[in-house]
Design a protein around this ligand. Structure first.
Ligand code: ADP
Ligand code: MG
Length: 381
């Protein structure tokens, strides 16, 4: 294969915020971007050079994309694997359908990770009520039932306290295939974002420490420090990328338990919310890295330039006016801190829990970044 040089068209499946930030990185390097999304007002569609408004399995749309683009990527894992495979018969597609397919199903994902000798949370595959009845007492006593497919930001999950609550949750989810996972005593959560080139070279970013609220990422801290746990997480993430024969940007999420054990939570075959800090704090952002992999340019340097805090901006911030009225934050007061970089996704409707944007706070010390973050959070409250 040969390098796709700037000036050519790159295609992205999906027009959400990750697609938008991919567009920005690709356009900054002189590429033109074609976005395929069923919604032509989606965040990436607002800035793409061209949009195909169609469903992800529309044969004609896929043909147009393959015809126009020199390489295609995806911004989310739920694009039908068959569509990626169909595109791949005509154009370079990264990541490949088979790797994306693993991340689409929590059961397949967990089995794959375990097959590499890497631990995941104790769990049982739930296809029928019978599987729930046969699940271990420990899982039923304090578990989380997760739909195997299509979950995100804590959606498609429910707490389980006993068989009755498990059956009720399974019913509510429409009896789709699920995993019942032990609810773990978490000390904290980590993630590793990496890029693996078509030639199999891997570069990893510094480990991110993540705080979630209600299943949604809220805050990411990256200080560039390392320890045994972070070194192991980085090693396992690379092992997963190699095991998948992965080409592209990959994120691996980890649980660190109070007793010190490390488990892989899940993987995302794309740039990740916990890697947004790379936009302001690293030599090469995760989105530029996605461009470099798909065009077969050399991978960029992942070096962290300064400690960073990333704050997610959820719709709730816009809805905090009197009686939940829509009200824009006072950006002057947020941006009066010179360490703050604002990223908004162009969504004009705020809903609770909806990701509207994020803020990166890059400072000379972590203490300073945290102090600014606290002031910004107080402004937004
Ligand atoms: P999603 O695909 O929605 O990101 P996750 O499985 O990553 O789903 O769950 C979202 C968050 O919920 C996690 O980051 C973590 O904070 C919490 N969580 C999920 N599974 C567990 C678990 N088994 N034990 C404790 N907390 C969990
Ligand atoms: Mg997750």
């Amino acid at each position: 294969m040969t390098t796709v040089v700037p000036g050519h068209w790159l295609g992205v499946m999906g027009g959400g915020q990750l697609g938008r930030m991919f567009c920005q990185a690709a356009q900054a390097m002189g590429y033109r971007v074609l976005v395929l999304d069923p919604d032509d007002q989606a965040p990436a569609c607002q800035i793409a050079d061209e949009v195909i408004q169609a469903s992800y399995d529309d044969d004609h749309a896929l043909s147009m994309m393959a015809h126009r683009c020199s390489a295609v990527t995806t911004e989310f894992e739920n694009v039908p694997a068959a569509s990626l495979a169909a595109l791949a018969r005509r154009v370079r597609v990264t990541p490949g359908a088979s790797a994306v397919e693993v991340a689409q199903d929590r059961c397949v994902e967990k089995s794959f990770i375990e097959s590499l000798g890497i631990p995941v949370a104790p769990h049982a595959k739930i296809l029928t009520i019978n599987d729930l009845e046969n699940a271990s007492v420990e899982l039923l006593k304090d578990g989380i039932l997760k739909s195997a497919r299509l979950g995100y930001d804590g959606k498609g999950q429910c707490r389980v306290k006993d068989l009755a609550s498990a059956v009720a949750g399974f019913d509510e989810m429409g009896k789709v295939s699920c995993v019942l996972e032990a609810r773990l005593d978490l000390a904290y959560e980590l993630s590793v974002v990496l890029a693996r080139s078509v030639a199999g070279e891997v570069v990893t970013y510094d480990v991110a420490r993540n705080i979630h609220h209600d299943g949604i990422l809220s805050v990411t801290h990256v200080d560039g420090q390392s320890d045994e746990v972070r070194a192991k997480a980085t090693q396992w993430a690379s092992q997963i990328a190699h095991g998948l024969g992965y080409h592209g940007v990959l994120c691996v999420e980890f649980f660190v338990l109070v007793d010190g054990r490390l488990f892989v939570n899940e993987i995302a075959p794309r740039p990740h919310n916990s890697g947004h800090y790379t936009q302001n704090a690293c030599v090469t952002s995760q989105f530029e890295q996605q461009v470099r992999v798909m065009t077969e340019l050399p991978l960029g340097n992942t070096r962290l330039l300064a400690p960073t805090v990333m704050l997610n901006l959820l719709g709730d911030v816009w809805l905090r006016g009197p009686e939940g009225n829509y009200q824009d934050p006072d950006w002057n007061r947020v941006l009066c801190h010179p360490e703050v970089s604002l990223h908004l996704y162009g969504k004009n409707e705020a809903r609770p829990g909806r990701k509207m944007g994020h803020i990166n706070i890059t400072a000379s010390t972590m203490e300073q970044a945290v102090s600014v973050a606290n002031q910004v959070v107080a402004e937004l409250d």
